[in-house]
Design a protein around this ligand. Sequence first.
Ligand code: GDP
Length: 202
Amino acid sequence: LFAAECDFLWAASSVASLPPPGAPEIAFAGRSNVGKSSLLNALTNRKSLARTSHTPGRTRELNFFGLGGGIDDARLRLVDMPGYGYAAASKEQIASWTQLMQDYLRGRAPLLRAFVLIDGRHGLKPPDYEMMDLLDRCALSYQIVLTKQDEVKEADAARRIEETLKAIEKRPAAYPQAIFTSSRTADGVAELRAAIARLLAE
Ligand code: GDP
């Protein structure tokens, strides 16, 4: 699946401008700078796929990428959600992103799961808990992906996984496994691909 070409499909800044439902979708969420663009690129073997989501004006949109085809025939859509937790964001901005994410996460039939990216060096922070609250309210299955493993010592990584799993234990929509990844070394990328492939096969 991930050997297929992956291309930018669509950007949506409101629920009214979402693409028509089609192929199964997997969404990626995380604080800005968590390493989301880098991981999407590593996942799809591209150097600049997710750069679009960093261009000014695009950071507040849902960006859709198609694997193995275009808007009508992709086998899978990867959905890059707006990075959250900006210190500089205004209340109005935060409210409008939250609304967009909630509208998308609630009513999207092809959406199989959200992966919530957490900086492996720091672990879960208050904005991550807010994101998980939103996902629990939307009753959408989500799974934690820790990033930047290359910057975390092995013993610390094991502890980080443990504390993360403990923190999500009682959350209704959380999947009880976390994947540690690095876009630099590609550690964990195969595991993440396998998790996605299993979702498609279900
Ligand atoms: P985004 O804002 O979540 O899309 O994050 P980016 O992918 O743009 O990455 C933010 C910063 O983290 C950049 O400076 C990246 O070089 C760095 N980064 C991303 N992934 C990794 C990783 O796996 N390991 C390390 N050490 N740094 C990373």
